[in-house]
Design a protein around this ligand. Structure first.
Ligand code: FAD
Length: 476
């Protein structure tokens, strides 16, 4: 009898525990990917992720063919599809790697039960995290809410497990159940095609992920701690979408970076800072696993009474990168054009939406969900709540970013602005973060008419800051 391998966010052959287990049975293996827009509700995949998924599935199924395998595509509610497909196939067992969001764990345990009731084996594995959320706990056996002790505990656990060898052969059964055609899933945008800026920047798929890691280890990893906050230098790993889709595992990344440190290619402090960022991802999963309500509600309850504004005009200006604050606008345009934004700038634009515009963090989270190729429910939710000051271990609410000084500090020559806000490109560095305070002749020289070629600031930061603080006083 064949076995069924249900692929989800683990589109890779290296270090894939469920795939190893399926291959180890020695039975024929049918692979399936289900596009499920029913189960997740509001968390169904956003537009930018769909673009990525299309290309990632294309790459995966090519790689699978070279291993004698075949990929079945099905669309709909996984709760029906998986048991039904197991039946069609006469599968003895079904294997998959775990996912951790509440809607996912609930569906998976229902499916597991149904498969077992039908007399099949159903086995799940950890292919997504260094450690399962429940493998890291406080001394009293509780989940963590603060990062530093979580990180200490993670490091104290000893060696992260070894990465599993690549699967070279995954022979498909001789007769296969029907499959959808990927083209019919309409994952790519048509009119307008907003993703034209994606392809030059990204190579979805496992090979692209491996190449990205290799390049980054060779060229930039050794400076990570020093350059990670500089969007103009753009030297972070950009592994986030590959990690989200499981084209590479955190275990592989962990060991490759450790090896670089051991070999003396990466100074220990630089490497450890990077590994601690990978651990923030683990922490986000840990948080969301234990506090699934975080997608909807502030983790710190007092924030439930916070009074938010609804301002469609301001929200649209933020989404389009037309706020009149250059660093915010550059970030929002980088996001729209490339499906990704530098972490420092994510913090700045999020702070601007929440504290300068007083718009609910959930609005920002939803926009990111639709536009990020690395949109990830755990990281996105935990990060938005962190910036809003209502999450775990969050920056205190009253610490409000000044978008102008943030820009000056982290994009000192204005190169990042020049790249994404070309209408400001002729402004000297001295004024590029604050065009509304540039002398008239300087603006004229640079070809800028504020309010026409580039917007005047939509809010006065100083005043907005005071408003935010007084709203905060009222919930404190
Ligand atoms: P690197 O700096 O090279 O880091 C390596 C990896 O570590 C990343 O790929 C990522 O998996 C993990 N990581 C790094 N920083 C963080 C962090 N602060 N929190 C959790 N994990 C981290 N990340 C997502 O993957 N998906 C999201 O939807 C997402 N939404 C965010 C929303 C906001 C408001 C903010 C402030 C941050 C968000 N992040 C999100 C975290 C972070 O910005 C990205 O992971 C990072 O910018 C990805 O770029 P990189 O791969 O070059 O990161």
């Amino acid at each position: 009898d064949p076995v069924l391998l249900w692929l989800r966010e683990d589109l890779r052959f290296d270090d894939n525990p469920a795939m190893r287990a399926a291959a180890a049975t020695g039975q024929p293996v049918a692979c399936v990917f289900v596009l499920d827009d029913d189960t997740p509700g509001e968390m169904k995949m956003g537009g930018a992720q769909r673009w990525w998924l299309h290309h990632s599935l294309t790459a995966f199924s090519e790689d699978l063919k070279t291993r004698e395998g075949a990929l079945i595509l099905r669309r709909g509610d996984a709760r029906h599809i998986i048991p039904q497909l197991a039946e069609e196939l006469g599968a003895s067992d079904v294997f998959w790697n775990r996912r951790y969001m509440r809607w996912q764990t609930e569906a998976d345990s229902d499916i597991k039960k149904e498969l077992k009731d039908a007399g099949r084996g159903a086995e799940s594995f950890n292919g997504r995290l260094l450690y399962e959320p429940w493998e890291i706990e406080t001394k009293s056996g509780d989940p963590y809410r603060v990062f530093t002790p979580f990180w200490k505990n993670l490091q104290a656990k000893g060696e992260v497990r070894e990465a599993l060898p690549r699967v070279d052969k995954l022979t498909a059964p001789s007769s296969l159940p029907s499959s959808d055609r990927l083209e019919d899933w309409d994952l790519l945008p048509t009119r307008p095609d907003w993703a034209t800026g994606f392809a030059p920047v990204w190579s979805p798929g496992e090979k692209g992920a491996r190449a990205r890691l290799r390049e980054w280890l060779k060229n930039e990893a050794a400076r990570y701690k020093d350059t990670r906050n500089r969007p103009d230098l753009d030297e972070t790993s950009r592994l986030s979408p590959h990690l989200h889709f499981g084209e590479i595992s955190p275990v592989t990344i962990w060991h490759d970076v450790q090896a670089g440190i051991k070999a003396g290619d990466i100074p220990a402090d630089q490497g450890h800072t990077f590994l601690s960022e990978v651990a923030w991802r683990e922490f986000s999963y840990h948080l969301l696993y234990y506090q699934p309500q975080m997608t909807e509600e502030p983790l710190q309850e007092k924030f439930a009474d916070f009074e938010w504004d609804t301002d469609e005009t301001a929200l649209t200006a933020w989404q389009k990168g037309l706020t009149g604050y250059p660093i915010v606008d550059a970030g929002m345009r980088q996001l729209w054009q490339t499906g990704w934004m530098h972490n420092r700038v994510r913090m700045i634009v999020a702070s601007f939406l929440i504290k300068d515009l007083l718009i609910h963090w959930r609005e920002g989270m939803a926009w990111f969900w639709d536009t990020l190729v690395d949109a990830d429910q755990a990281n996105n939710t935990a990060s938005w709540q962190w910036v809003a000051g209502c999450g775990a271990d969050a920056a205190p609410y009253f610490r409000i970013f000044n978008p102008t000084t943030q820009g000056e500090k982290f994009d000192p020559d204005g190169d990042y602005i020049r790249k994404f806000v070309p209408e400001l490109s002729r402004l000297p560095a001295k004024y590029i973060h604050d065009p509304s305070n540039a002398p008239k002749d300087v603006l004229k020289e640079a070809g800028i008419r504020l309010g026409e070629t580039y917007p005047a600031p939509i809010v006065d930061h100083k005043k907005a800051r005071e408003d935010a603080l007084s709203r905060y006083q009222s919930i404190k």
